[in-house]
Design a protein around this ligand. Structure first.
Ligand SMILES: CC(C)(COP(=O)(O)OP(=O)(O)OC[C@H]1O[C@@H](n2cnc3c(N)ncnc32)[C@H](O)[C@@H]1OP(=O)(O)O)[C@@H](O)C(=O)NCCC(=O)NCCS
Length: 331
């Protein structure tokens, strides 16, 4: 066992399919309008994979960029955690597919499914391995292909989601920097409000899908919406209390990107200006567990924060699950 140390983000990378699906494209597929989608969700377009392209390829690209950004070789990585609710295979895991393709030959690899909260859950796991000195470098990749599981005939859901990947290379950082705290939670009772059946499909799932045994995403949008606003407020306050920081100490809130009205609703409850809450939802829609690392990557490159700034990461999603973290930026 090595000496204990702080864990921080050493490198970031993102990747998207080239194909852009706009709201106008969706107008031709379901009974919807650009105006409705923008007003009710804030989304203008999303990226979607070609049908014959596996999702993990996005993770490979994002992972390579994060390693290059951190100036760490693939052979130095000790562990790969891929957060996903849309794996290409149940086995092998996406993390094993990525491990092989990037040449991280020494790395252990497993997938973690906490739906859209996955990146925060993964951060919490990676933090334990690095803080304890057990591993030096953990590659955390949020990798999602929601286009492969949405029902393209269901206007309630197909306008909301997209594909993408964001990766972070985590490793030891100087004292006082990096992950200050993480918080994770779940309410399995509420899980029935957002389902994607896989090896089993219950009669309740068939009923929700209009009598068809489709293994597509189904959601009670208004139940999830109410949950999301409340839990974003709760998870943000929880990590502020745990760290003794106040909202004035926080430079940027980096939330999971699901709906602009959820972000604005939570900002209002937290009594903070909307511009403190990062959003890139208009370009990508909801890319599940990839949204937070993608947002971090973009915001960092836009110089929205720098070394020593405190950030709150906050996510919520299927399960239902939630999570938040405070990071003092170390780069
Ligand atoms: C899905 C969501 C955008 C719906 O927005 P909403 O304002 O709550 O809309 P409602 O569900 O009240 O539906 C209002 C009407 O719009 C319709 N509608 C739904 N999707 C539509 C679309 N794409 N285009 C046009 N009309 C649509 C509904 O059918 C409904 O019509 P009706 O009144 O005739 O039945 C919103 O509930 C949401 O964002 N929920 C959370 C989703 C989420 O974040 N999930 C992932 C969490 S990780």
């Amino acid at each position: 066992m090595n000496k204990t140390c702080n864990c921080g983000i050493l490198g970031l990378g993102s990747s998207f399919p080239e194909k852009v699906l706009t709201n106008h494209d969706l107008e031709k597929m379901v009974d919807t309008s650009d105006e409705w989608i923008i007003k009710r969700t804030g989304i203008s377009e999303r990226r979607v994979l070609d049908e014959d392209m596996p999702t993990y390829k996005l993770g490979v690209e994002a992972a390579k960029k994060a390693l290059a950004d951190a100036k760490v070789n693939p052979e130095e990585v000790d562990l790969i955690i891929v957060t996903t609710e849309t794996p290409d295979y149940l086995s092998p895991s996406m993390s094993c597919l990525i491990q092989s393709e990037i040449g991280a030959t020494r790395a252990a690899a497993f997938d973690l499914n906490a739906a859209c909260s996955g990146f925060i859950y993964g951060l919490s796991v990676a933090n334990q391995f690095i803080k304890s000195g057990f591993y030096k470098y953990v590659l955390l990749v949020g990798c999602e292909g929601l286009s492969k599981v949405v029902d393209w005939k269901d206007r309630n859901t197909c306008v909301l989601f997209g594909d993408g990947s964001g990766a972070a290379l985590l490793g030891p950082v100087e004292e006082g920097y990096g992950i200050i705290t993480t918080y994770t939670g779940a309410d399995g009772e509420m899980g029935k409000n957002l389902t994607i059946p896989c090896c089993y499909i219950a009669s309740r799932d068939i009923e929700a899908r209009g009598g068809e045994a489709k293994r597509t995403l189904w959601m009670d949008g208004s139940e999830v919406f109410k949950f999301a606003v409340k839990i974003m407020e709760h998870a943000t306050i929880k990590v502020l209390e745990d760290t003794g920081l106040s909202m004035d100490d926080i430079k940027v809130i980096m939330p999971h990107q699901a709906n602009i009205r959820i972000l604005e609703g939570a900002a209002k409850r937290l009594n903070i200006p909307n511009d403190k809450v990062f959003s890139n939802l208009h370009k990508y829609g909801n890319i599940s567990s990839a949204s937070i690392p993608v947002g971090l990557d973009e915001a960092y490159r836009q110089n929205l924060f720098s070394k020593g700034d405190n950030l709150i990461l906050v996510g919520f999603g299927g399960g239902l699950t939630w999570g938040s973290a405070v990071i003092r930026w170390n780069k």
